[in-house]
Structure formats: C-alpha cells, structure tokens
Design a protein around this ligand. Structure first.
Ligand code: C2E
Ligand code: MG
Ligand code: MG
Ligand code: MG
Length: 284
C-alpha cells in the first residue's frame, strides 16, 4: 500500500509526521483527552428535497468541540489537528457511533419517513485497513441500517491515485452504504476518474451556490454541473443554500437536494428532533 504513505505525507504537510504522538502540542493533547472522554458534540443539519418544497430527507452529522485553552477553534481546525496528530481515526469513529445512535432515536420518532444519515470520513480513515470492520461494528452496535447511511469523502481524496480509497468505497457500497463526494468542484478529479469512482452523490461545494446572486443570471457552471450530474448518474446535493432565491434557481435548474442555513443550521440532536416534527407537519 505505497499510496497510503503518499496520501498521509500529503495530508500531514511539511515538517510533520502523523506519528509524532509523543510530541503533540497542547491543543492536540486537549483534543485527545476530549475524544477519550467522549466530550465532543455532534450536531445535525437537515438535507432537503428541492423538488417537493423542502422536505427533510436526511441529516449530516458535523463534529463540534470547544477547546478550553483556545476558544473559537473551528470544526475545520479540529479536523486538521486530528489528522496531523493521528487522532482522526478515533474522532471519526466516535462521531460515526454517536451519529448512528442519535439517528436511530430520530428515526423512531419519525416512522412515516426514512431518514438518511450522512457522516464525514477523513481520507486518512478511509484507507485504514480495518476501517470497514469498524463501520460494520458501529452498525451492529447501534442498529442503524447500511442503506440509510451515506459516508462523505472529500473530492481531494481522489486527487492522489489511491487504490486503497477506491477499494474501501467499493467495500462500503457492497454493504449498501452510499458514498458522497464532498466539496465537489474544489478538487482536481478528472471527468474520466469521476466516471469510474464508486460514488452515489456529489455534494456541490458552497462556493458555487454563493455565486448565485439576485443581480446576475445563474452562473453557467451550475447548468453544466446539472448536466454532468445527469450524465454521470450522480444526484447533486447543493451545499450552503442561504437564500430563497438560491433555492429557487437551483430548483429551476433541476437540482434535487440541498443543504444550508436557508433550511436549517446544524443543531443538537434534541433540536433537530423538534424541527423534524415541524418539517413533517408543514410538508404534510
Ligand atoms: P462539510 O462536510 O462540507 O460540511 C458543510 C459545512 O458547511 C459545515 O461546516 C456546515 O456548518 C457549513 N454550512 C452548512 N450550511 C451552510 C450555509 O448555508 N452557509 C455557510 N456559510 N456554511 C454552511 P462545519 O460544521 O464547520 O464543518 C466544516 C468541515 O469540517 C466539514 O465540511 C467537513 O469537511 C469537516 N467535518 C465536520 N465534521 C467532521 C467529522 O466528524 N469528521 C470529519 N472527517 N470531518 C468533519
Ligand atoms: Mg460533509
Ligand atoms: Mg462540503
Ligand atoms: Mg466543506
């Protein structure tokens, strides 16, 4: 698995190795402790169907953690620190377990629809030899069903030639788990790679949606991506929808799914349970 080393090196960056566990800086140590004590939070953001006026069809799990020594650390920084200091496997595992557990509770409260749970997985975790076994264990322990789980992998995983990542995606899909290519449009995956990648959804990076403003016509790229989605047979989930106008434009262009502050912010499991009930009532 030479590609694993290459990928790790790429992610870890200059002058760092992921195995420097004995030399972790304070923030990484604090994160290590939070993971061990399971004091990280997971929030959930609704994913809605555009073509039927915004019914919630799924939720994305997003990690939340506040450092006591460095308040204001963003989730992106948390993930970066975890990846650089060999903590990402444990973090992703904790989030997956918590999310499947919470989703099972949510699903029990909404028996008339089938919720889909999306969970992010780091490329570093995806290529671990025992990753698939760990996913199996979480599903068994929580009772969450494979066909109601989507794992989100960032497009940059496809930048490097990583057969290990592709193998993992295939193994996950063989179980009925679906794969979404996250932050689509920001990486460098070629059309030929996209055609063969074992994926089920494209998550369009929010920068494309932000480009939809009332004072200009729809960005031509959005039309091209809509066509590409049909040609590849990969439905798009448009990220970062903040305004009714953006929702309208995407709907007219034929986009099927969306996520963003316009529909709901990431919220605690209790709060998303409440808003699911309201969404159900208003769409009924
Ligand atoms: P992502 O997977 O692309 O998640 C979407 C991000 O966009 C989230 O940021 C979400 O809060 C934000 N967002 C949603 N709607 C809007 C909107 O309308 N406007 C704007 N401006 N932003 C919106 P967040 O929670 O800060 O997470 C950042 C990234 O961190 C995620 O991007 C994902 O790549 C990573 N991440 C989060 N949780 C996990 C995790 O458990 N494991 C791994 N490996 N990565 C994670
Ligand atoms: Mg994501
Ligand atoms: Mg994204
Ligand atoms: Mg992102």
């Amino acid at each position: 698995r030479a590609d694993v080393g290459l990928y790790r090196a790429k992610q870890a960056g200059r002058n760092r190795t992921v195995l420097e566990s004995s030399r972790r800086p304070p923030l990484a140590l604090e994160l290590l402790e939070a993971i061990a004590r399971e004091t990280l939070d997971v929030h959930y953001q609704p994913i809605v169907s555009l073509q039927d006026g915004g019914t919630t069809v799924g939720i994305e799990a997003l990690v939340r953690w506040q450092s006591e020594t460095q308040p204001g650390v963003t989730p992106e920084e948390v993930i970066r620190v975890a990846e650089e200091h060999d903590l990402i496997t444990k973090l992703d595992q904790l989030v997956l377990h918590r999310a499947c557990h919470d989703a099972a509770v949510l699903q029990a409260g909404a028996p008339d629809r089938q919720l889909v749970l999306s969970v992010n997985v780091s490329g570093l975790e995806l290529i671990e030899a025992d990753y698939i076994t760990r996913v199996d264990e979480v599903l068994r322990a929580t009772g969450w069903l494979a066909h109601q789980l989507v794992l989100e992998v960032t497009e940059s995983v496809l930048d490097v030639d990583t057969p290990a990542a592709i193998d993992s995606m295939r193994a996950l899909r063989a179980r009925g788990i679906r794969i979404a290519i996250d932050d689509f449009g920001t990486g460098y995956s070629s059309l030929s790679r996209l055609k063969t990648v074992p994926a089920d959804f494209l998550k369009l990076d929010h920068s494309f949606v932000t480009a939809i403003t009332p004072d200009a016509s729809a960005p031509p790229l959005l039309e091209v991506i809509a066509l590409l989605s049909v040609a590849l047979g990969l439905p798009v989930i448009a990220e970062g929808v903040e305004t009714p106008h953006q929702a309208e434009v995407l709907t007219e262009l034929g986009y099927l799914l969306a996520q963003g502050f316009h529909y709901g912010k990431p919220q605690s499991a209790d709060d998303i349970a409440l808003s699911l009930r309201t969404n159900l009532a208003s769409s009924a």
